[in-house]
Design a protein. Sequence first.
Lengths: 125, 467
Amino acid sequence: MTSHDVTLEWPDGRTRTIAVREEETVLEGAERADVALPFGCRTGACGTCTGRLLGSEGSEPTATAIETGRLDVGDAFSYRRRPRALKDRHREVGYVLLCVAMPRTDCRLAVGSSVHTELVDNPWK
Amino acid sequence: MSDASTGGEVESDHDHDHHRLEGPGYATPQAAIEEGGREKLAYVMSLYVGTDVDAPDFVAVVDLDPDSETYCEIVDRVELPNRGDELHHFGWNACSSSCHVEGLERRHLIVPGQRSSRIHVIDAADRRNPELETVIEPEEVYEYDLSAPHTVHCIPEGEILISMLGDADGDLPGGFLELNDDFEIEGRWEPPGEIEMNYDYWYQPRQNVMVSSEWAAPKTYYPGFDLDDVEAGNYGQRLHFWDWEDGTVEQTIDLGEEGLIPLEVRFLHTPESTHGFVGAALSSNVFHFWRDEESGEYRAEKVIDFESREHDDWDMPVPALPTDILISMDDRYLFGSNWLHGEVWMYDISDPSNPRRADSLSVGGTFGEVQEVQGRELNAGPQMIQLSLDGERLYWTTSLFSSWDDQFYPEEGEQGSVMLKADVDPRNGTMTLDEDFLVDWGECPAGPARAHEIRWPDGDCTSDVWQ
């Protein structure tokens, strides 16, 4: 059974590498490894499980990619359902819905509840 | 299990005279005021969704009895089986609208997960120690091409109706899901296609009318509030008036840009009335609606307008964001909360076309004069409100919706919510903050939690309807 090493990185510096199978989502793989990640709808509609791609095997990010935040999520994941909670501007800078994203390569992800709060700002402040 | 066959098992939290009634609740709104007694417990939606706390959301049972040793404490927690639900609004299997139905009891709480689309049924026969009884899993709900359950009301005779904000993909259209008195899905209540957006609803059975309001598609509001979505027309601004018997929309009123995001919608309690109010949260207005007797059609008119306020730390004027309203049981006052400004208010609605500001409290939020109670930082404005049946005590919690809290009050997720109380003098139209009252969700064993909707065990101003 093919699996990929997915390294989860929390803002406090904690990291954990889990093996996620080709046909399971990162969230399911994390649950199998008894790692708690935030989630809500589990269908790709709500964004609570949002992670951010930091790098993936075979396409270690160039300095420009890191600077602009443009990593190709499409090379690293296959989506089980369309990620409706993300807008184009989110997908373009590496945000991934972990409840529906199945890895296609080894990769590193920023995880934890602070990631989904980056999707929107206070528009008036 | 049907509550129609279990007569007499519920330990009521009050001792009102049931002799003239065969079913649950009270004969009239005034009977609720007289017989309801003081609220001694509250059920409060409590949540961890969207935080790093590895625990499911729960229903908090809060002690509101000033003579109790555990006054202002969470005395019981009904933990749900799964994480990630986002408990939000909830309701009873039966209310005063079924007071003529022999043997039916107000006994089961229907507690939906807003994000998970999972529906929990909690047996509250023991008012202090409710227990989870049944779970309707999301997959069963999606079979009806619905998701994102919100408002729960009972239908007289024992059925339950839930407003659903999206289809199975979290897109539009939403609709209504009906449960039978055995808490099984009966099906869609309305013929599909009657509405696109959905949110809250209220019914007035004697007038054969139901009114529903509009938030947005779940995929739009779930991740947070994005002004681009307002500009794209992805947020609601309409009210729908339904034929309650037929389940069909008879009339839709577009409230326009002054009526953006109409949320909580309430008819007056007296079953004779066709008057009601809705808070347009984003436009920071309140609309009065009523049936014009000449044309037989409903009309809506803006009657309260909260001005945005300048703040040094904000680039743009801060909107008030009135996110919850309720009508006192005697139909005399409209209460509400301005979540962003940090204010609770009461308006005299004895002339519903001309609400008159009676009093307000400046507490929490961006501008509140009171920013801590008993040394506890409030970290957010007043949000979900609930009023005692006698109209003398107003309570509120401070969380709106996990992702929107994170946007406007990021400290709330780290510190948890609070529940506060004001003493109300309905004769003189005044409110006073009770600084001896504080319930702190920051102290919960698994970690700080948010707190949302509040209900009393024996009916309240936002759940009881009369035939």
